[in-house]
Design a protein around this ligand. Sequence first.
Ligand SMILES: [Zn+2]
Ligand SMILES: [Zn+2]
Length: 181
Amino acid sequence: MRDSDLHINIARLREVGLDLQLHLDEDWFANWQLEDPDLEFSGPREIEAQVHLERHGLDILVRGHLEGALQVSCSRCLTSFSQPVASDFDLLLAPGPKQVGKEEEELSKADLDVDFYSGEIVNLENILREQILLALPLKPLCAEACQGICPHCGADLNQETCECAAENSDSPLAILKKIKV
Ligand SMILES: [Zn+2]
Ligand SMILES: [Zn+2]
């Protein structure tokens, strides 16, 4: 997937619209990670996306579906696992505000709560990045029943049990100890 393929000139959008079949591969993600080192998922990463763009007067309708899997860390036990992602999106892009001061522009964006494209170009790259982030769960879990890591000794409770449970501050034994003191 080359970058230029994801910057769509609106002159390409005839009335019937434009359909794109996109394969976002490891290179595409590596490039994203280069720009955003805080990205919380690693390889192997692969997403297939179908995007339909349509022009309505000056507004651009962007409709899409993305599906694939990303390697993420479990929010409880930190094990790396493959998280399936799938989502549909439906966006309306209005022409960007005239070139005013950067701050003013940010403000009007927040006020209106509408997405914009600027100039003649729709930046599909940013749209796809945003939609992928939205499709990821906030707290990924390797399994619903993941036991996580013991906060006291760091044991992976999916693999082993530890002796810390009895010392937990809310365990009956610990509460009893407090009462006695
Ligand atoms: Zn886990
Ligand atoms: Zn423990």
